[in-house]
Design a binder for this molecule. Structure first.
Ligand SMILES: O=C(CO)[C@@H](O)[C@H](O)COP(=O)(O)O
Ligand SMILES: [Co+2]
Length: 221
């Protein structure tokens, strides 16, 4: 089943609550929340108070993508704010086991993120510990960038490993997803798709979201 997670980074921040409610009504499955620190990535977005503000508005899972250094220091804050998933970058977290255990201990589902150039080998030792792997198909830091197609074979490889091990792990894709780029990713085994500008950048969010979802479903049918 294909899940769509609109990224609020592309929403109108002056009416963020309404934007979230609109995509929930349009059929969103998760809400993707991009947290950027201006160190690990060159951009600054927002912190746990935004998660806390959105939590009472929606029952959808809040999927917090931490593009920050020292993630361990902030896990408790995001957990208390109401995150359902917290994903951390392998490139920014040298003690991944500890970080993942902290997320789990805080009652949140842990996931790891790979930048477009990062090999899947770096996460094989912790596959049993996580609920989600996120493949970046742009370099993190900004919305509206072009999809990097060379990531797709990695998705296929990991999907095969997960199947062979009999694990139940969501494979998420983030960056440049639209109704065309979702197709090779869904075929490669991904099942959760972040889309920012391809949904919030459109007048009719429902039509945009449903077109992306349908393209993914057709690709795997
Ligand atoms: O994590 C990030 C960017 O660093 C993403 O979640 C973007 O927010 C996705 O935006 P689009 O590429 O879909 O416009
Ligand atoms: Co993201």
């Amino acid at each position: 089943m294909i899940k769509i997670a609109p990224s609020i980074l592309a929403a109108d921040f002056s009416k963020l609550g309404e934007e979230v409610l609109e995509v929930e009504k349009a059929g969103a499955d998760w809400i993707h929340i991009d947290v950027m620190d201006g160190h690990f990535v060159p951009n600054i977005s927002f912190g746990a108070i935004v998660v806390e503000a959105l939590r009472p508005l929606t029952k959808l899972p809040l999927d917090v993508h931490l593009m920050i250094e020292n993630a361990d220091r902030y896990i408790e804050d995001f957990a208390k704010a109401g995150a359902d998933y917290i994903t951390v970058h392998v490139e920014a977290n040298p003690h991944l086991h500890r970080t993942i255990q902290m997320i789990r201990a805080a009652g949140v589902k842990p996931g790891v993120v790979l930048n477009p150039h990062s090999p899947i080998e770096s996460i094989l030792p912790i596959l049993e510990e996580i609920d989600l792997v996120l493949f970046m198909t742009v370099n993190p830091g900004f919305g509206g960038q072009k999809f990097i197609e060379s990531v797709v074979p990695k998705v296929e490889q990991l999907s095969k490993v997960i199947r062979e091990k009999g694990l139940s792990i969501d494979i998420q894709i983030d960056g440049g997803i639209n109704e065309e780029t979702i197709i090779p990713c869904a075929k490669a085994g991904a099942n959760v798709f972040v889309a920012g500008s391809a949904i919030f950048g459109k007048e009719d969010r429902k039509a945009a979201l449903q077109a992306i979802k349908q393209a993914g479903e057709v690709a795997i049918s």
